[in-house]
Design a protein around this ligand. Sequence first.
Ligand code: PCA
Length: 205
Amino acid sequence: MKKWLVTGFEPFDGSHVNPSAQIVTALSSFYPTESFHGIILPVETRTAPKVLVEALEAIHPEAVLCLGEAAGRTAVSLERVAINLLDFRIPDNAGEQITDLPIVPDGPVAYFSSLPVRQIRDALLEEGIPVELSYSAGTYLCNQVFYTLMHFLSRHQWNIPAGFVHVPSLPEQAVKRHPLTPSMSVDLDIRAIRTIIQMVEEKTP
Ligand code: PCA
């Protein structure tokens, strides 16, 4: 098995949980410690990129998967594109709300995921897990971390599979919001992410 870095996020926007953090914690005890390095990132625009880059430099992973929660999404979302834009709808956990700024001044407009997203989608559908290819990871922390990841790998010419996956909110979060808020159980999330890791192991050199 490759050496993986898998990241999740702390809770944000008034929630007390984040499915992405629960997935990382669960998978940390599932995979061998030498192959799976899980970290939880702060939902803070100033610190999240630093924590990610420090982990990349310390771990030297052979594959990277960053995870986040996308409230309102109905399916596991395989993000294809990270864009060079910070435009926050709500403040981050440190109270910062940035609008209309680039993540990396003079950086490329966008990066594509280097995960085999279409093969992953087919595998998840085959397994009966709702999934979509997504063309926007938003303009908040998840997109910032995704862009920071792909920019770092590009600048260091690390040609490794890397990307971002959004998961829906948890049922316990949905019931506290509007009754029609979509949700997915953490057990299904965990199955999805295990399948993604397995597909990357099988389909990439
Ligand atoms: N989702 C947010 C940031 C943290 C998270 O889990 C986002 O989609 O940007």
